[in-house]
Design a protein around this ligand. Structure first.
Ligand code: GUN
Length: 168
């Protein structure tokens, strides 16, 4: 593994994430929103907002997954990251999260709730260090990892991408 990424894992105490990569929750608001106020889409109460550090290395990928809430990605360091998104209607798009504005990279990107998304590090032998913030706050109950076969059946036009960015 890239030396700096190992340092980030050790220094920041990052843990493996089920989607791939490493993370640590850095913020969870004290305040909560009740199930009643959230409505039927959520089961249970949620914090107002949460944030994580997220580190992806070039020998891994962030597997296609979806959550219920919008998620804002913030670029911190390393290689730019290619984020793939598939809307519920099946429209695929790519977004480069990075700092080189002259190349069309964006330091922040928002993934709308309900979209499938995954990511890969652009530079070889490198890593991308980013942050991800959601509101309402993150709960693994709202997190769904994509199943290769089910996603290809739903979105046959993106079969090649789904093949590459799913584990199961
Ligand atoms: N907390 C644990 N996993 C995640 C994640 O994938 N995104 C966000 N925003 N918070 C998390």
């Amino acid at each position: 593994m890239h030396q700096t990424s190992q340092q980030l894992i050790t220094t920041l105490g990052l843990e493996p994430h089920p989607e791939g990569g490493y993370f640590k929750e850095t913020y969870r608001s004290k305040g909560t929103i009740s199930q009643e106020e959230l409505g039927d889409r959520y089961r249970g109460n949620r914090n107002y907002s949460t944030g994580i550090y997220f580190l992806l290395t070039s020998d891994q990928f962030s597997a296609l997954h979806r959550i219920k809430q919008d998620e804002v990605w913030h670029f911190y360091d390393g290689s730019p990251l290619k984020l793939h998104m598939i809307t519920p209607e099946g429209k695929h798009s790519e977004h480069i999260i990075g700092r080189d504005l002259t190349k069309g990279e964006t330091p922040q990107f928002m993934v709308p709730g309900g979209c499938w998304f995954g990511a890969e590090v652009i530079n070889p032998d490198s890593y991308s260090f980013v942050g991800c913030t959601v509101a309402p706050g993150f709960d693994f109950t709202d997190f769904e990892l994509g199943n290769k076969h089910q996603l290809i059946t739903l979105f046959p036009h993106s079969a090649e991408l789904i093949e590459r960015l799913t584990h199961q």
